[in-house]
Write a protein that binds this ligand. Structure first.
Ligand code: ARG
Length: 477
């Protein structure tokens, strides 16, 4: 690939196993099967930008500390830029025998610029280098996911405003329970994903600590300046203990746990969307562009997106379990096991980011079937609690009121009538305290309108919640 510059021969450098950066003590060539088994370049190449950013900062620090000359630093920086361009353009040749992204880049640098390139790894080990790369990568991805979650929350608020007056059945046990505003249901998800956002923001604090300088595990005797590297790379702090630093993957576990919970939340939403798009519910309609058809049944329009999001939850939760178990038996400090952290992390980032983005897009392509929702409000005796509350206002103890309404509902079921269709005379048979004003609380609108306890589905509560959310997200409504 690159032209190989001749190095001055060192004394004692006789016949040796070639190419390997760590090959000095080895007399035999690595077995092909071992190379194949230990290599990670096919997935950690993804870290190339972060690896190069880390190397740039490291080279600047080395020059500042007099460990390399200014000219060597400049050659390194130039070489790294050329490598970065080639990788971005897809023309860089990765070599499996060089194991991972760190050694592929370093070797290529040495081949390009000679001895200066061989100085880059001064006071550095791949153990702290890989910790830095993953932290830089995850800092970026975690920030990106926070933005995606914010967009998702906006989509819920937009729906909440659009359907701020629409009533739907609220469920417990998937049985009709009490009428709620569609907006209230949407804002429940806004809150849920708000906690997710907080968790990511919190996780970011522990990702954002600079590990370089821990070296292999014990630090270095060379006069490095870790704080300078941290500043160069925008880290507010450096890690405190070199042994902890090279063996720590807690920040990955935390991220995957937070992301896994996001996926679980998306899965719950997806389950509702799958139900709501059935003929039986028909609460919502998805745009054709967000559904797919069946290869045999021409009438089908399937909610594949929510189904896939629900399905992908399994692998994300699996990644979390895998990572926890990966760490479980590890002695301090770095162990090669830790190389196994990357694939689950990368797949979690990809899966969760993609899922959040597609569900956000789907929500903007969803309409509630308002006619169907209002038609569907009858039949569940969903204002029974309102009747009990009405009796409480007439000074009947709640437990008695509950029993009275239970008997009333049983009577109504027997007569095949809604509660609101019972006559005043019929109602009074169960509680003589009942007056004409009862009919207002028995309507769906009366029920929803009355639930103005803080955080309730009452119209005023929901209007205020929408305003708060719009303000928090900077939506001008
Ligand atoms: N590819 C390795 C990893 O991902 C880099 C660190 C290797 N360190 C070592 N001492 N072999 O963990």
């Amino acid at each position: 690939m690159q032209s190989k510059k001749k190095q001055p021969a060192r004394t004692g450098a006789k016949k040796r196993a070639p190419a390997k950066m760590w090959g000095g003590r080895f007399a035999e060539k690595t077995a092909a099967a071992v190379e194949a088994f230990t290599a990670s370049i096919h997935y950690d190449a993804r870290l190339y930008r972060h690896d190069i950013a880390g190397s740039r900062a490291h080279a600047r620090m080395l020059a500042r500390q007099g460990l390399i000359t200014a000219s060597e630093r400049d050659q390194i920086l130039k070489g790294l830029t050329a490598i970065e361009r080639e990788i971005a353009a897809g023309t860089f040749v990765f070599r499996r025998e060089l194991e991972d992204i760190h050694m592929n880049i370093e070797k290529s640098l040495a081949e390009r610029i000679g001895p200066a390139g061989e100085k880059l790894h001064t006071a550095r080990s791949r153990n702290d280098q890989v910790a830095l790369d993953v932290r830089l990568y995850l800092r970026e991805e975690c920030g990106r996911l926070i933005e995606l979650v914010t967009e998702l929350r906006k989509a819920f608020v937009v729906l909440a405003r659009r359907y701020r007056k629409t009533v739907m059945p609220g469920y417990t046990h998937l049985q009709r329970a009490q009428p709620v505003l569609v907006a209230h249901h949407m804002l429940a998800y806004y809150e849920m994903f708000g906690r997710d956002r907080e968790r990511l923001t919190d996780c970011l604090k522990r990702i954002n600590v600079m590990p370089l300088g821990a070296a292999a595990l014990a630090g270095t005797g060379l006069p490095i300046d870790r704080e300078f590297v941290a500043k160069e790379l925008g880290f507010p702090a450096v890690t405190a203990n070199s042994m902890d630093t090279v063996g720590d993957r807690d920040f990955i576990v935390e991220f995957v746990a937070a992301a896994g919970l996001i996926q679980v939340h998306l899965s719950r939403l997806s389950e509702e969307l799958v139900l709501w798009t059935t003929e039986e519910f028909a609460f919502v309609k998805l745009a054709d562009s967000f559904c797919t058809g069946s290869s045999i049944m021409p009438q089908k329009k399937n909610p594949d997106i929510p189904e896939l999001v629900r399905g992908k939850t399994g692998r994300v939760v699996g990644h979390l379990m895998g990572l926890l178990i990966l760490l479980k038996g590890l002695p301090l400090t770095y162990n090669r096991d830790l190389q196994e952290d990357k694939e689950p992390l990368f797949d979690t980032v990809d899966t969760v980011s993609q899922s959040v983005a597609i569900i956000t897009a789907l929500l903007s392509n969803l309409t509630f079937n308002e006619a169907r929702l209002s038609a569907g409000m009858g039949g569940g005796y969903m204002t029974a609690t309102d009747l009990a509350d009405y009796l409480v206002r007439k000074n009947i103890p709640f437990r008695q009121a509950h029993a009275i309404v239970g008997r009333t509902v049983a009577y109504a079921i027997e007569k095949g009538k809604e509660l609101s269709a019972l006559s005043l005379k019929e109602l009074r048979r169960f509680a003589p305290e009942i007056d004409e004003d009862v009919f207002e609380v028995l309507t769906v609108a009366g029920s929803v309108g009355s639930r103005n306890s803080t955080g309730g589905t009452g119209t005023r509560q929901v209007a205020a919640a929408i305003r708060r959310a719009e303000k928090a997200l900077g939506i001008t409504g």
